[in-house]
Design a protein around this ligand. Sequence first.
Ligand code: SAM
Length: 449
Amino acid sequence: MPVAHTGAAVRGVPSAYGPIHCHRHRKQLPPGALDFSAAGHLYATHGLHAFAARCPPPLARWAIETFTDASDIVLDVMCGSGTTLVEAALTGRHGWGVDIDPLARMVALAKATPIDPAAVDELAGRIERDAPATDDDGWRPALDRLDYWFRPDVAGDLARLRHLIRTRTAEGPLRRLAWTVFSSLIVGRTSVANARDLVHSRHHFREWTEDPHTVERFVRALRRAGRLMRDFAALPPSGHPAATLVGHDARALTVEDQTVDLVFFSPPYVSALDYPRAHAFAVAWLADVLGTTPAAYRAHARDYVGSDRAPLAAATPDQPLPPPSGHTPVDTVVAALGSVPERAWVVARYFTDMTAVFAEAARVTRPGGHVVAVVCPSNIRRVPVPTHEIFHTLAPAGSGGRLVLEDHHARTIHDGRRVMPYLEAKFGERMREEYVLVFCRRPDPPGRG
Ligand SMILES: C[S@@+](CC[C@H](N)C(=O)[O-])C[C@H]1O[C@@H](n2cnc3c(N)ncnc32)[C@H](O)[C@@H]1O
């Protein structure tokens, strides 16, 4: 429904804009328009660090270019590894990011902050030169079974690299980039840890039978980071606007009302990925850098949207199943999981959290702006969870009517990065389709701020 609103009073809306019509941007897209093949996704710094369930950069770019103008503010409330922030910089927008995961925040900022490639090369050269004369200082992270997960020579090399990064860089973007490259040695399909895959949550022991040459890998990866920075800097516009981190929790944003032009984000799937488990080793090695401890990081894991940790925390003998939320599509799925209470609680909690996320996204978006969510449905114990359809009504309800569904696009997932091989066995079906939900932000109803 079009909503009459005089644009002149609203930031970023020229008076010529006239009344805000929520369907102004409605676009008929040809089938497959948002499919983007996997090719060509790793330009600029997109390939700097592995991250589970990354958003394809062209999808972020499509949303940014469709719903904002140069110099606008684009906020990703679950920015993960920073795809949206990089694309905001590459399109001349101000990218703001929020993520609950401290490793993700560091990676996102490192990827979206251009650095002089010569300085990166120079640092790589210095570390290569100084490493042989640098002793292992004996520092080790507080990690259970450290010797099982890291060969002693690998742990020694990681300790030496930590020392070299601290002593050869000053606080700032170059040091952050170096820590991000350090983390990428651990969080990766070919991690230097004794683990098969530390990108996704279910890693398995895979022993290095010979030294993986951690320092040499680091130097190579840092040189590659320098090349990625060169690509980034060479892409227009020149002088990319700086990206900024503006908070930690999408359910409680520390951003003023009506300040952003677009919220673009892809929330986690229900119960599918355990980021704290995937990142645990890297965070242990970087805990002091990230301002946490391994124990605090673990304790925080249940605050992640979609977490299946402590599922029964809110259950009581009198309330073994989640109480009705009042939102029928959610309650229907929760009821279908009644025979597996811990899954029912996980799903109920996910949608409660996402209600808060949409309410906050609506609050911080200016009237006439947009909230775009990239969403994947899933199956839990073979019960379909049509997350995208549930969001059609949950976002408007959760935002007190501020969000109106403007468009809904299906896209086929072509890039293997978004398909979790382990999930196929667990949930019985590959997630091949995801949905791009476009909500328009209406003005607040009179009397509500
Ligand atoms: C699907 S990933 C986003 C990936 C991102 N679009 C990218 O391209 O890298 C979902 C992100 O949500 C974050 N997250 C989970 N719970 C959150 C919360 N309560 N507040 C903010 N971020 C949260 C996770 O840490 C994860 O980085």
